[in-house]
Design a protein around this ligand. Sequence first.
Ligand code: SAJ
Length: 400
Amino acid sequence: MMNKTICVVGLGYIGLPTASILGTKGYRVVGVDASPDVVETINRGEIHFFEPDLDILVRSAVHSGNLVAVSKPQTADIFIIAVPTPLDDSDKTPDISYVEAATRSIAPYVKTGDLVLIESTIPVGTTTGAVLPILQRDGANQADGVRLAHCPERVLPGRILVELIDNDRIVGGIDDESAEAAAAFYETFVRGQVYRTDAATAEMAKLAENTFRDVNIALANELSVVCDPHGIDPWEMIKLANRHPRVNILQPGPGVGGHCIAVDPWFIAAGEPNARLIRTAREVNDAKPDWVIGKVREAAAEISSPVIGCLGLAFKADVDDLRGSPAEIIARRLMDEGIGELLVCEPNISDHAAFTLSTLDDVLARADVVVLLVDHKEFRSLRPEDLGDKIVIDTRGVIR
Ligand code: SAJ
């Protein structure tokens, strides 16, 4: 198994960590990315986004000669597709065009006995309904004898390298032989259990995992809103409620961001009238930024020429990823509405197209209203006394 060549298509948040781990486990890995910048960066042994320890791993995989980045796929024994599946913003339907394009790009190189693994999150039915027909049409042997499985990634940004090895995996084959081949491959580097199933069950299980989290965060967010008129601290209340042996409420925040939890539930809910709870949870979480902005408006109304300081832009703590971030949405809307002078501090990035970034000290020195949007480590040590008589809107419940 170990002398096999693996072609990983898509060198982003999932593809690059996976390719570099496989490169350090003795596989020969060819990583494919459409962006020439990404290809060049990786071939220098460098990385194009931050993830703890990824720089060390990529450097070692590239320098050993086991990981090479290229712009076009080539012959391999195992193909892994890890490209994005964004949402069409107008009607919230999933856009599988990158998965289809990636499949078309590998198809001419896929021969009998090869293994094709789809790690991208995809709507139910995509593996057999969209990927397989492309391989059958364009594959080297019309994909006769190809083994194909959906093997959804489950890693948490910030802990990707640990979770790639430690998490249990689900592999959903188009047939038993595909599931078995996929499982045997993951078992060469995954320490967690690898569970075999069919492709549709694996597709739905991945969507259900992120939907579970979205629905539970929606409950926390809704509770925080209904606590507010009663003057109840929702974090304190949730901590107490969670002392019940069968209750585990998640944490309220300014909304839900990132490229997974706020997106994947729509893969189930779009065009499915029976997905009522899932759709409502999305709406509850998407409405939270507006509620926070309302709070800032109220606070600013009490001050003449208010200075508003936003702490954090990332979608969650201790990452530099701004995709779908409610913090960034809130800061942009505050700027567009012109609610006072705006200061924005995001310690994990060095510049931003729309904002001139301020330091935490600037914000603490100048702001009348401080809006804590992300619980980055730099902000978690703030205490009420650090904020004096400023109005504090703490959307993460960390200043206490
Ligand atoms: N959030 C809250 N309250 C919470 C937990 C999270 O407001 O109690 C917010 C975060 O601030 C963030 C968003 O939710 O804006 C999502 O963050 P997250 O840490 O829950 O998840 P992601 O998007 O970083 O990663 C998720 C993970 N899925 C689950 O935990 C079920 C990860 O394991 C998946 O691999 C990943 O999605 C993915 O790629 O699908």
